[in-house]
Design a protein around this ligand. Structure first.
Ligand SMILES: *[C@@H]1O[C@H](CO)[C@@H](O)[C@H](O)[C@H]1NC(C)=O
Ligand SMILES: *[C@@H]1O[C@H](CO)[C@@H](O)[C@H](O)[C@H]1NC(C)=O
Ligand SMILES: *[C@@H]1O[C@H](CO)[C@@H](O)[C@H](O)[C@H]1NC(C)=O
Ligand SMILES: *[C@@H]1O[C@H](CO)[C@@H](O)[C@H](O)[C@H]1NC(C)=O
Ligand SMILES: *[C@@H]1O[C@H](CO)[C@@H](O)[C@H](O)[C@H]1NC(C)=O
Ligand SMILES: *[C@@H]1O[C@H](CO)[C@@H](O)[C@H](O)[C@H]1NC(C)=O
Ligand SMILES: *[C@@H]1O[C@H](CO)[C@@H](O)[C@H](O)[C@H]1NC(C)=O
Ligand SMILES: *[C@@H]1O[C@H](CO)[C@@H](O)[C@H](O)[C@H]1NC(C)=O
Length: 237
């Protein structure tokens, strides 16, 4: 029991000590890594932003920030609050960023786990209409690199999901969902930084015979109106 409790409290301590904030950011955008609490540097202190084991920028007490060559012209350190601005991030900029104060002791002020992602590709939704003797609808949602198909069963009012879901090779971190909402099928392709969707009204594909029969009745008044106006025009002439 003793070692277990010890292990448990160690894990808790460990969790508290390293509060890594996950950050997802889209390729090509600017990323601001904030330092919330004020950092006061003592005379012997050195402030550094590092990613992995690579230094981004360094600042000593009362000095000017030094940006390291890899980050020249694309990293900025806020003089007021020590936040780091990284411009036009690329996927290779992903990593764990730490704001570190080193002097007599070393402590990390903040830690961010940065993941740079491309936006997801577009989606296309294809609905195979109900056949006359079936109320089952097959929906296929496809992207450049994945495919999902779903079957819906429709009554005269609504359609419900029936399964038959299958997704293949999805871009890392991405997800593809097909769902029914308010009489429409929605296909949603998304990751942490972006989403694309295609939407189609499902009722249009599941027209019941009753509704079909109602069609001509709706047309009749229009036809009557046209004939009537023709008669009026002819009468005037
Ligand atoms: C730190 O400074 C930057 C730029 O000067 C600003 O955009 C950011 O909001 C500031 N962050 C905090 C936590 O004050
Ligand atoms: C950082 O985030 C990525 C993607 O979510 C994850 O795979 C990785 O394990 C995380 N790393 C750390 C140190 O938290
Ligand atoms: C539905 O109709 C098609 C032809 O229109 C027929 O081949 C099929 O067997 C029918 N299915 C059922 C379940 O009645
Ligand atoms: C429609 O769904 C029902 C219930 O799963 C199934 O028994 C039937 O074969 C399906 N009809 C067609 C035409 O796929
Ligand atoms: C779903 O897609 C898989 C693979 O493309 C196919 O084998 C399966 O028949 C499809 N299901 C429906 C209901 O269309
Ligand atoms: C739709 O179905 C419900 C029962 O499922 C029925 O009460 C209703 O009359 C139907 N409406 C039409 C327009 O067919
Ligand atoms: C559902 O769609 C109808 C029209 O298509 C709209 O009037 C209604 O507000 C929608 N309801 C919800 C909850 O989105
Ligand atoms: C798409 O899916 C994502 C993740 O499941 C969700 O956050 C987002 O709200 C969805 N977008 C729409 C328009 O449904």
């Amino acid at each position: 029991m003793g070692p277990l409790v010890l292990l448990f409290s160690f894990s808790l301590l460990h969790l508290c000590a390293t509060q890594v904030t996950p950050r997802f950011v889209q390729t090509g955008t600017d990323l601001l890594l904030d330092v919330q609490e004020p950092v006061v540097l003592k005379e012997t202190d050195l402030f550094t932003w590092i990613v992995g084991s690579v230094a981004v920028v360094r600042l000593n007490h009362g000095g000017k920030p030094t940006i390291f060559p890899n980050f020249k012209s694309r990293a900025e350190l806020s003089a007021q609050n020590h936040s780091l601005l990284l411009k036009n991030v690329q996927k290779r900029d992903s990593g764990v960023y730490r704001a570190r104060v080193s002097g007599a002791s070393i402590s990390d002020v903040v830690e961010y786990n940065v993941t740079v992602l491309d936006p997801v590709s577009g989606v296309k939704l294809t609905v195979k209409p109900c056949s006359s003797n079936s109320t089952n609808v097959t929906v296929i949602c496809s992207t450049e690199d994945s495919l999902i198909n779903s079957t819906f069963t429709c009554d005269n009012q609504t359609c419900s999901h029936k399964g038959g879901e299958r997704a293949e090779i999805i871009t890392p971190g991405g997800s593809l969902d097909v769902y029914l909402k308010n009489g429409s099928v929605i296909c949603n392709h998304s990751n942490q930084v972006s989403s694309t969707r295609d939407i189609q009204k499902i009722e249009d594909f599941c027209v019941k015979p009753e509704v079909l029969n109602g069609g001509p009745n709706n047309v009749t008044p229009i036809v009557v109106a046209i004939i009537l106006s023709l008669v009026v025009v002819l009468a005037v002439i």
